[in-house]
Design a protein around this ligand. Structure first.
Ligand code: F0G
Length: 456
């Protein structure tokens, strides 16, 4: 039997249908930067799976009963209970979104000059570490570099490299180890429980705090039940609980697996660290019982983290991603293997091999998906990760030229994804005609959000 989503639509919203001419004009007006497009010119929006999920009637009825008290709100206690049940952390703080939780925790945990080690830091995570005068160092496992390999846990950290670093000259400077589940910056690949257990033992032995970036805790847990021997009989909730049990603390955006428009939390075991976080939170985010979240979102996330762990939901979502991955492959478009859950990462460098990295094949494919189909998605290649000189010419290319097609939760159905596959197949037929791009203007900071380009 094929998996199907355990919900039906009760309220829907229309999506814009546009002509090729309108899209060409809109993209040119946006400086060929999809972040500048107005959403009313986008037909299928696959830019992100963050804050874009459809809420349930259960979430909305809880939200309607939200308690907006400044201090001691009932909504906070429901939120905290839902998180404590899952994570067992004695200290839980809300924050308005993941990056705010990161800022508060890292400012309370790290000292300038310290180093954070990770399987891969997400970009805001890296930015928050660097803003504190610290260094973020990625130690992805070797299999992550082989995009075509079907290894099940390419999100793992390189254990040997972690041990070497913790025994090396920088040992005294390591302020934390951060494990991102699933590994968004590394192709959306999961981390195995074996890897997390090994990291936990090493960190405990060395006295280094181990923090989870748990934005996609349920999807990682699902992939563990599907791919890791010994976990086939476990529920996603059991795996997620075990993962949280292995770490000293976590930051988690709830805009992903909380299936809410806004929200995040910090979870901690250490009382002294929690006290420092609480002061920082009150000064910069909000009082400890709302931390920048509205009562509505405290309620939505408390319900959302329960719904997201439903095995029927996760099975259907993973099947949706695998099906689209298969359709892309059938059309001759390679993806980072094996398909994860929250996104597919298209190998644009291979598909558009006529374009060198300096002409941004990933960006070119993302623009082409918009021009031909009104589909919006994001480049993850040299435009985003490369290094540039003062004239905006690429000096160092990124290791891969990828495009991320993110899959919002409970939003699009099979017919929408069939349409995406059709547009991809159409591009693949005459991919050598897809034009490249050059950068016209780019700010120093957060360049990919603000740059303007031209076709060449
Ligand atoms: N950590 C990971 C792994 C993320 O993917 C994100 C956000 C964050 C932290 C920050 O959370 O957005 O709530 O501040 N990822 C989004 C994305 C933006 O599109 O992948 P936030």
């Amino acid at each position: 039997m094929r998996a199907f989503p355990p919900y039906r639509a009760q309220v829907v919203t229309g999506i814009p249908i546009t002509t090729r001419e309108q899209r060409a004009q809109a993209l040119a007006d946006a400086g060929y930067n999809a972040f500048n497009l107005r959403a009313n010119m986008v037909t299928i929006d696959l830019l992100t799976d963050s804050g874009t999920g459809a809420v349930s009637t259960g979430q909305e009825s809880a939200a309607a009963a939200g308690d907006r008290s400044y201090a001691g709100s009932d909504s906070f206690f429901r939120f905290r209970q839902a998180i404590t049940d899952l994570t067992s952390f004695p200290h839980v703080f809300p924050a308005h979104q993941g990056r705010a939780a990161e800022r508060v925790l890292f400012a309370s945990l790290l000292k300038p000059g310290q180093i954070s080690l990770s399987n891969t830091h997400f970009d805001t995570t890296r930015a928050n570490i660097e803003l504190l005068g610290c260094t973020a160092r990625d130690l992805p496992c070797a299999q992550a570099a082989d995009l075509d390999s079907h290894e099940p846990f390419k999100g793992n950290i390189d254990i040997a490299e972690l041990e070497r670093t913790l025994a090396g000259p920088d040992a005294d400077q390591i302020g934390m180890v951060l494990m991102t589940i699933t590994n968004n910056g590394g192709g959306g690949q999961p981390v195995s429980m074996a890897n997390l257990t090994a990291v936990s033992e090493i960190c405990r032995r060395q006295g280094v705090p181990l923090i989870l970036d748990a934005a996609r805790f349920a999807e990682n847990a699902w992939l563990v039940t599907q791919r890791e021997s010994g976990y086939a009989g476990s529920s996603p909730r059991e795996v997620a609980e075990a993962a949280f049990g292995l770490v000293d603390g976590c930051v988690a955006s709830l805009k992903k697996d909380g299936i809410a428009p806004m929200g995040a939390f910090i979870g901690l075991r250490d009382t002294e660290l929690a006290r420092r976080c609480e002061m920082n939170l009150i000064a910069t985010e909000g009082f400890r019982t709302y931390g920048g979240m509205s009562a509505h979102d405290l309620e939505r996330t408390a319900v959302g983290i329960g719904e997201v762990l439903d095995p029927n939901y996760l099975a259907a979502r993973a099947a949706e991603a695998s099906r689209l991955a298969q359709q892309a492959n059938d059309a001759g478009v390679d993806i980072v293997q094996p398909a994860g859950v929250h996104a597919l990462y298209l190998n644009a460098g291979r598909l558009l091999s006529h374009l060198p990295p300096s002409r941004f094949p990933g960006h070119a494919l993302a623009c082409e998906l918009y021009l031909r189909g009104g589909i919006r998605c994001a480049e993850l290649g040299s435009l985003y990760l490369g290094e540039f000189d003062d004239d905006n010419e690429l000096v160092t290319a990124a290791p891969f030229e990828l495009v991320r097609i993110a899959l919002p939760r409970r939003v699009y159905g099979q017919a929408h994804y069939d349409y995406v596959a059709d547009v991809l197949a159409d591009i693949a037929k005459d991919s050598e005609r897809v034009p490249g791009y050059r950068v016209l203007e780019a700010p120093q900071l957060l360049r990919h959000f603000n740059l303007r380009l031209a076709q060449v």
